[in-house]
Design a protein. Structure first.
Length: 319
């Protein structure tokens, strides 16, 4: 993850150490400078209107919960600060990169990241769910079935991630066979052929409704969901502001107003100009030149449009 962040615009907050430690905090600054900087950040960002708290318990009543937290929470000032909206972390010159990364694992992976726009505010269910589900489909006539048939890939995972407003990505991860590692460009070709098919086909309202119903079923059967996942999801929904209190507790809506035009528009973000490709393998050990500063990850980075990779970008641009 940190190597992905380090590929972003150096001036963007995304290109930083997410968690932080004494070393990253200090950065050759004195204790007085650090304290002054932290007080400044607290006074300008620590506002009740940017926060949400979700508490779950098996032992306390609601009254006990309120008495335990309200005294603390009511002291947090409400500065009425607008929710931060960031520029995209990757400039055009930061995209179209191939990153080869060492790993101690015995597995080989191909990861394709697409920088995406924020989903439409009026849609309560992220429209990226549509292609996240279809590209990650494992049944007949799926992308996975084809690359498996050729002996290139064992499994596929797709996921969307929103770090903050303005910072979103969509990731496709393939677990490669040894043959797939040699022919990883073929895997990307099949990915873009599948994406082209999705972009040139009118989105299916029936399939969109199936996605909503699956989400409702998953919401009602949450035995497999950890407490931290459950509370984080509710907190995210509160801060997102698209749903009212009753809607958040009721789970996904029965109907989110299918809009084929909006689905097609967001699928247009799945283009070569918006991607970064990771090739991760133990076979790269001793062949990399760069070192990521926080976790000491070793990697190389190059433009996909140079050398053999140029065929990938040309093929992807046609899709």
């Amino acid at each position: 993850m940190m190597i992905y962040c380090s590929a972003a615009n150096p001036a963007h907050p995304f290109n930083s150490f997410f968690s932080g430690n004494v070393r990253s905090l200090r950065q050759n600054r004195s204790d007085a400078e650090i304290a002054r900087s932290m007080r400044q950040y607290h006074s300008t960002h620590y506002s009740a209107n940017l926060m949400a708290i979700v508490i779950t318990t098996k032992t306390l009543t609601l009254d006990q919960l309120e008495s335990g937290v309200l005294d603390t929470l009511l002291t947090i000032p409400d500065l009425n600060i607008p929710t931060p909206v960031y520029d995209a972390p990757f400039r055009q010159r930061d995209l179209g990169k191939l990153i080869k990364m060492e790993t101690n694992s015995r597995s080989n992976q191909l990861k394709v990241y697409f920088q995406m726009d924020d989903p439409p505010k009026e849609m309560k269910i992220n429209p990226q769910e549509y292609f996240t589900s279809l590209i990650g489909h494992e049944g007949p006539e799926s992308l996975l079935q084809e690359v498996k048939r050729q002996g290139l890939v064992d499994s596929i995972i797709t996921r969307k991630t929103s770090y903050a407003r303005g910072i979103n990505n969509f990731e496709v991860m393939f677990n490669l066979t040894p043959k797939g590692l040699e022919r990883w460009k073929t895997v990307i070709r099949h990915l873009f052929e599948y994406i082209k098919m999705l972009r040139t086909t009118i989105p299916s309202e029936r399939y969109w409704n199936e996605i909503i119903q699956r989400q409702r079923i998953n919401y009602k059967n949450q035995d497999h969901v950890t407490t931290i996942e459950f509370t984080r999801k509710i907190a995210d929904d509160i801060l997102d502001g698209k749903k009212g209190k009753e809607e958040i507790l009721a789970g996904p809506p029965d109907d989110d107003g299918f809009d084929a035009e909006k689905l097609q528009k967001i699928m247009n973000g799945l283009r070569a100009k918006n991607m970064i490709v990771f090739l991760i393998s133990p076979t790269f050990q001793g062949k990399t030149e760069r070192i990521e500063p926080w976790y000491q990850g070793r990697y190389n980075i190059s433009d996909i449009e140079t050398g053999q990779g140029s065929r990938i970008i040309k093929m992807a641009k046609r899709s």
